[in-house]
Design a protein around this ligand. Structure first.
Ligand SMILES: N[C@@H](CCC[C@H](N)C(=O)O)C(=O)O
Length: 296
């Protein structure tokens, strides 16, 4: 199958964006994995499919696949790239666009300075909805909220490792587990990340965030993403970390999030049900055409 694509990035979280407004391309999970592969395909953390509005109150639908081929509910950096894509290609001239993603309807605005602000929806704290099953764990009270002590263990050819991490657990439509670290550069993201992602307490797996608080308005963050590994930035991860920090009494309502790929601004009023606003960059890198193997 011969397709056209656009390569985009938001704070270094990179995407292959597909125009599916004339109808879905019908890619298989293996074809998504191939497209996202940095050696055999184009290379991306996620693949975004832009589709026509499935209902009257939205302008588009956009469908997100991780680079492991699995479809997911939400992608913050992708949302900013999505709005830049539909406006840049003349698919809409609206500055504020409503779009259906798997988590629900979100609203995005391209700002006059070129950044994009996304209403990411409200965080979800109901543990079964995350989903998170804390059977046998006793929560630790922290600033009026809770951290969950999750035991990690792994066996490798070098021996067994084990330990407990204290996680703030919530959903931004997709599941997140955030831990506080002293120094994000030294945090064991690549060793603990996969253990947290695949821990049995998270039946749908989870995105694992490592947050260093610099002051009440500034954090540094790394995220080991479910289905994609560590990325240079994770938009929903930034929202989840800031919401967790606010609920734990550690952050103010507007926070700068520094990632290895760039900065995001996250705002949350601190009330259950109130939406999280995320502002950050979105850039087109190049356009291309490629033949996707039919046999996959
Ligand atoms: N990079 C994204 C998140 C993509 C989905 C995530 N890996 C998941 O599986 O939930 C972002 O910017 O939010």
């Amino acid at each position: 199958m011969h397709i056209r694509f656009t390569k985009m990035q938001g704070a270094g979280n990179d995407f292959v964006v597909l125009d599916e407004t004339a109808g879905p391309l019908g890619l298989t999970p293996a074809q998504y994995r191939w497209l996202a592969d940095r050696h055999f395909g184009v290379g991306a953390d996620q693949i975004l499919g832009v589709r026509p509005a499935p209902q009257a109150d939205v302008d588009f639908e956009y469908v997100i696949h991780n680079n492991d081929g699995g479809e997911v509910e939400h992608c913050g950096n992708g949302a900013r790239c999505f709005v830049r894509f539909v406006r840049g290609r003349g698919l809409t001239d609206k500055r504020t666009v409503r779009v259906k993603v798997k988590r629900g309807v979100i609203e995005l605005t391209e700002n006059v300075d070129g950044g994009v602000t996304v209403d990411m929806g409200a965080p979800v704290f109901d543990l079964p909805a995350v989903p998170f099953n804390p059977a046998g764990m006793n929560p630790i009270d922290h600033g009026g909220w809770q951290l969950w002590p999750v035991a990690l263990s792994s066996e490798t050819s070098c021996g067994a490792t084990s330990g407990t991490v204290n996680l703030a657990v919530l959903s931004m439509g997709n599941p997140h587990a955030v831990q506080l670290v002293d120094d994000v550069d030294k945090a064991p993201v690549l060793t603990q990340g996969p253990l947290i992602e695949n821990h049995p307490a998270f039946p749908n797996r989870v995105n694992a965030g490592f947050m260093q608080i610099e002051n009440r308005g500034q954090i540094r963050l790394r995220v080991y993403e479910r289905g994609a590994g560590e990325t240079l930035a994770c938009g929903t991860g930034a929202c989840a970390a800031v919401v967790a920090g606010i609920r734990l009494g550690l952050l103010d309502q507007r926070v700068q999030v520094s990632t290895h790929g760039g900065d995001l601004t996250i705002e949350w009023a601190g009330r259950e049900g109130s939406p999280v606003l995320m502002t950050g960059p979105a850039t087109t890198v190049f356009e291309g055409e490629i033949d996707i193997p039919e046999s996959l």
